[in-house]
Design a protein around this ligand. Structure first.
Ligand code: BGP
Length: 462
């Protein structure tokens, strides 16, 4: 039997762009634009224009979530829906009313809203005009948007988050070209990483002003990926050390400790690619740490020494310091191509406890994406997703070990409640506790939903 603390929150995570559909939305974000101009980039079928139709179906969707035992829902407010004019942050009344309705509908069902302000969804106009996150002007426009959110909904919403996985914005949009605008530029990506940290700290500062209530909290959501070295060889160990600094500490340290990791700053300085900062900005980051940390975890990094010598790669890319290691024998989720390694959650818990003053945190995403789940439908039309239950069980056991050792983990939010649209693969991999037949938009509870409900009701599982 594995048990969790009394006040532990059982929730689900999703995002506005992946669920709402673009009904009555005045602007396009970078993914809307990309899908509209290059639909062949995605698994064929439904795009972000329909997604899972949450805009129209939210009452029913929230009913189903309630039936699955979901007590907290992490989703996001879309900048491109709430705001009419980005420069002044004037409001789009239909967007304001929509988020009011959704928040009320969550609260009416005993589902606590955890609202995030940015889930990869930069307005495309701000990329076209300013280069997006390369620009500190965009940082200030984001803060104006954040202020509007706090003013509009801060009375009823107590849990706020500045960014989801800012490291994925750096990697996907500015470094490796997985996501539109597909910029591939190391030094620009370094500046983007800094600007995202600055935007988060400035939004935290605004939150302190608009939401001073003692029971209100603001955090950031980071994809923490422990980097395990391929061997004890010093070259592999050094590769893992850099991967850790670049992938985790780059956002974790400023958000929780208020400063950038010295070793990383020294490295980037020596390479001549350090970001442009001012003493006033660094002081603002130091003065505005988060209250709570959301951790998204899917897979670890296995890392080895790079093949290329650090001096040979111009222009600069972080790949001069480490390379992925395809460890023989690792357990894979073959559909998504990610290693399954639950023990990393115990390591994450210990790291936060030891090095980040045991800050309150929760799992803000963890889940298993599987293709062609119609294979597992029984004659009642229920997906028999025992693999998803096994995945959650293994990860929760690893998490419980961290909690037993004193880690301050306060909740587990599964990715995701209802099958949703995804950035590169559309509807190919399904993560939901609830199935979405996308062409009829019929939604049905999977076997894992009943398991989750039981867990949420009892705080324990066999
Ligand atoms: C995280 C994102 C989510 C979600 C999830 C699953 O990185 O925050 O938005 O998409 O990964 O990944 P994917 O959809 O790529 O399979």
């Amino acid at each position: 039997m594995t048990s969790f603390p009394k006040a532990f929150v059982w929730g689900a995570a999703t995002s506005g762009p992946q669920t709402e559909g673009n009904f009555h939305k005045p602007h396009q974000n970078v993914f809307d634009y990309w899908f509209a101009t290059a639909p062949e980039q995605f698994d064929a079928g439904v795009g972000p224009d329909l997604a899972s139709n949450f805009y129209n179906d939210y009452e029913h969707d929230l009913d189903l979530m309630q039936q699955a035992g979901i007590r907290g829902l992490r989703t996001s407010i879309q900048w491109t829906r709430l705001i009419d004019d980005f420069e002044t942050a004037s409001l789009n009344p239909a967007g304001v009313a929509y988020y009011n309705r959704v928040i009320d509908a969550m609260l009416a069902r005993g589902i606590e809203p955890y609202l995030n302000l940015h889930h990869f969804d930069l307005p495309v106009a701000l990329y076209d005009q300013y280069g997006g996150w390369e620009s500190k002007h965009v940082v200030d426009l984001f803060v104006k948007f954040a202020e509007q959110c706090f003013k509009l909904y801060g009375d009823r919403v107590k849990k706020w988050f500045t960014f989801n996985e800012p490291k994925v914005v750096v990697d996907g949009q500015y470094l490796y070209g997985w996501h539109y605008p597909q910029v591939v530029d190391g030094p620009k990506a370094v500046q983007v990483a800094y600007n995202l940290n600055l935007a988060s700290a400035k939004a935290v500062a605004a939150f302190r002003q608009y939401c001073p209530q003692a029971d209100h909290q603001i955090g950031i959501i980071l994809n923490l990926t422990p980097a395990y070295a391929a061997s004890d060889d010093p070259a592999d160990q050094a590769a893992a050390e850099f991967a850790k600094l670049w992938s985790n500490n780059l956002f974790l340290d400023p958000a929780v400790l208020g400063h950038f990791p010295t070793k990383l700053v020294d490295r980037l300085t020596a390479d001549g690619v350090l970001w442009a900062s001012t003493p006033a900005e660094l002081a603002l980051i130091a003065a505005n740490p988060v209250d709570v940390l959301g951790v998204n975890y899917y897979h670890p990094f296995r890392v080895q020494r790079p093949d290329i010598s650090p001096t040979s790669l111009q222009p600069w890319l972080p790949d001069i310091y480490f390379k992925d290691y395809a460890m023989p024998g690792r357990v894979m989720n073959v559909d998504r191509g990610w290693e399954i390694y639950p023990t990393a959650l115990t390591d994450i818990a210990k790291n936060i406890q030891k090095n980040y003053h045991n800050i309150p945190w929760f799992i803000s995403e963890n889940g298993m994406g599987v293709a062609h789940e119609e294979r597992f439908l029984d004659h009642q039309g229920v997906v028999q997703d025992d693999y998803r239950i096994d995945f959650m069980r293994a990860h929760l056991n690893a998490l419980a070990a961290g909690i037993a050792a004193g880690s301050n983990c306060q909740g587990y939010f599964v990715w995701t409640a209802i099958d949703c649209w995804s950035w590169n693969h559309a509807y190919h991999n399904r993560y939901g506790l609830i199935r979405d037949e996308i062409h009829t938009q019929t939604k049905t509870l999977k076997k894992s939903a009943a398991w989750f409900k039981q867990l949420s009701d009892t705080n324990q599982f066999e």
